[in-house]
Design a protein around this ligand. Structure first.
Ligand SMILES: NC(=O)C1=CN([C@@H]2O[C@H](COP(=O)(O)OP(=O)(O)OC[C@H]3O[C@@H](n4cnc5c(N)ncnc54)[C@H](OP(=O)(O)O)[C@@H]3O)[C@@H](O)[C@H]2O)[C@@H](O)CC1
Ligand SMILES: Nc1ncnc2c1ncn2[C@@H]1O[C@H](COP(=O)(O)OP(=O)(O)O)[C@@H](O)[C@H]1O
Ligand SMILES: [K+]
Length: 461
């Protein structure tokens, strides 16, 4: 996994104070990394339009123009002049070389957005909005310097943002690149070193970006094993029984040894899934909440008060009874609307979904601080998994998963790992990665996936 930071100014400052580097050295590395990307991926005669703002994001762009000039057809555009000292110095350098500055944007093969970076501190004015909209219309490969212009430090987009194919971000990954809103704009993300290797530039962090290697699948190494070795999961089926059945099937396909569905009515189950009326004696994990609807309060209380590892989903986020489980090792998997209900129930915040989506990291971290034992997986375009002080981001998901039933598969995958002895955090991380990576492996078109396809892909991981 890779570290993510809320801000990197303090890391830049540490480079000057601790390693005697200068702003000029850091900037030279920032611009060189963008130049290398262009040199390695495009023919020499291509036209590169570099659009620069007044601050140091613009200064990175002016330095890039100097590095590419004469090898590429460089068009340097500085619509609002320059303000920062570094931008003035970079402008002096390109003037001495004799690089022309163009008066308007023009057709090009590559456009590099160096308008605003980490210094965006107010809403875009009309002129910058129009400029960004026009850059987005260009039929060119789009590179964002540090962060696509228009994305704020918490990842909010109030009007428009540059629509990048790739973001080359300086020094380290920033939280702003991983909001759900930013996902349509950042493209591929690469990190540029700033004069020291990333391990040296970075300090400790409590935020992490998950890699494929963080997915630990439940492969079976033990030879002297039987079905009980891999646990007995109980899934509580509610009024929408399909949800519980999907979860049960997903858990079975992900390695659970035995799976029983708790249901009081007769239910149509696949032959390998059992039915029961109460918790099994040898139950090793519980999944509850999916499709629950009306429920027997006493029965749910018994389940939530048991010390069996439990995953809680869907309808239970609206019910006071969930408060009984929040001092236990449980996994909660709400989507944003359910998380808003939970924030209200716990007295943390009374907010609507758009407010949550603007600052998902903040609200998740407030919840995890109050309930440090709970693992909370907040669904979305980028899934956030929080426990205590740490938050892990899974950015592999895509709209292939935007379907009823995808969440039930996820609950089943988490439950399948819990029942095989994974800790709550490990189960949430590996199940979430398996869920999104399996969806990406689905070969048919991106609108047709159904829960059983997803479980089939999980089986092939
Ligand atoms: N530190 C380093 O050593 C390194 C820094 N690096 C690079 O520097 C970038 C950060 O540079 P930065 O701090 O100068 O901020 P930047 O994003 O250029 O914008 C600030 C200017 O924009 C203005 N402004 C803001 N919002 C506005 C709006 N809505 N509409 C209009 N104007 C607006 C704002 O105005 P002011 O607040 O002055 O009124 C200010 O003048 C960083 O992203 C990275 O690319 C790398 O080279 C690595 C080494
Ligand atoms: N655009 C998207 N990008 C990535 N993942 C998505 C996207 N849309 C939905 N998902 C994932 O699909 C699942 C949907 O779950 P949920 O909203 O609970 O629906 P349901 O319970 O009806 O299946 C979540 O894991 C969510 O993260
Ligand atoms: K930018």
């Amino acid at each position: 996994m890779q570290k993510i930071f809320y801000e990197v100014n303090s890391l830049d400052k540490r480079c000057y104070e601790k390693f005697a580097l200068t702003e000029d050295i850091l900037m030279e590395h920032a611009s060189s990394s963008m130049a290398s990307y262009i040199e390695n991926n495009f023919e020499n005669d291509k036209t590169v339009l570099i659009v620069c703002g007044v601050g140091n994001n613009g200064a990175d762009g002016i330095a890039l123009a100097r590095l590419l000039y004469s090898r590429f057809n460089v068009k340097l555009y500085i619509p609002y002049g320059v303000k920062s000292q570094m931008a003035q110095l970079q402008l002096k350098r390109v003037n001495l070389i004799g690089i022309d500055i163009v008066e308007e944007i023009c057709q090009c093969d590559i456009v590099v957005d160096c308008l605003f970076g980490s210094g965006l501190n107010k809403d875009l004015d009309k002129s910058s909005q129009k400029l960004i909209e026009n850059l987005n219309l260009l039929d060119a490969f789009k590179i964002a310097c540090d962060i696509p212009s228009g994305i704020s430090s918490i990842g909010e987009i109030t009007t428009v943002a540059f629509n990048a194919d790739i973001t080359i971000t300086m020094g380290a990954l920033k939280v702003s690149l991983f909001s759900d809103m930013a996902k349509d704009y950042v493209g591929k993300i690469e990190v540029s070193n700033l004069g020291v290797q990333r391990e040296i530039y970075e300090e400790d962090s409590t935020l992490f970006l998950l890699d494929k290697e963080d997915m630990k699948l439940p492969f079976r190494d033990k030879k002297d094993a039987h079905k009980g070795t891999y646990g007995h999961l109980n899934v509580v089926a509610g009024s929408k029984k399909g949800a519980g059945v999907i979860a049960a099937k997903a858990a079975f396909g992900f390695g659970a040894g035995l799976v029983s569905v708790i249901c009081h009515e007769c239910i149509d189950l696949p032959y390998h899934i059992m039915q029961t009326h109460k918790l099994s004696e040898n139950c090793t994990a519980i999944a509850v909440g999916m499709g629950l609807g009306n429920y027997e309060e006493k029965e749910i209380e018994v389940i939530l008060e048991s010390n069996i590892p439990t995953i809680i989903d869907a309808d239970l986020f609206y019910e006071d009874v969930i408060l009984k489980a929040l001092d236990k090792n449980v996994v909660l998997t709400p989507h944003p609307k359910e998380f808003c209900a939970l924030l209200k129930l716990t007295g943390i915040a009374n907010i609507d979904v758009p407010t949550l989506q603007k600052d998902r990291f903040k609200y998740l971290s407030e919840f995890c601080t109050k309930y440090p034992k709970v693992v909370l997986l907040l669904k979305g375009a980028n899934v956030l998994i929080g426990q205590d002080k740490n938050i892990y981001v899974n950015s592999f998901g895509s709209a292939v998963l935007s379907k009823g039933g995808s969440g039930d598969v996820l609950s089943g995958l988490v439950a399948g790992l819990l029942t095989q002895g994974y800790s709550c955090l490990d189960a949430a991380i590996s199940a979430s990665l398996a869920h999104t990576i399996a969806a990406n492996n689905y070969k048919k078109n991106n609108y047709s996936l159904i829960p059983s396809d997803l479980v089939e892909e999980v089986k092939k991981l």
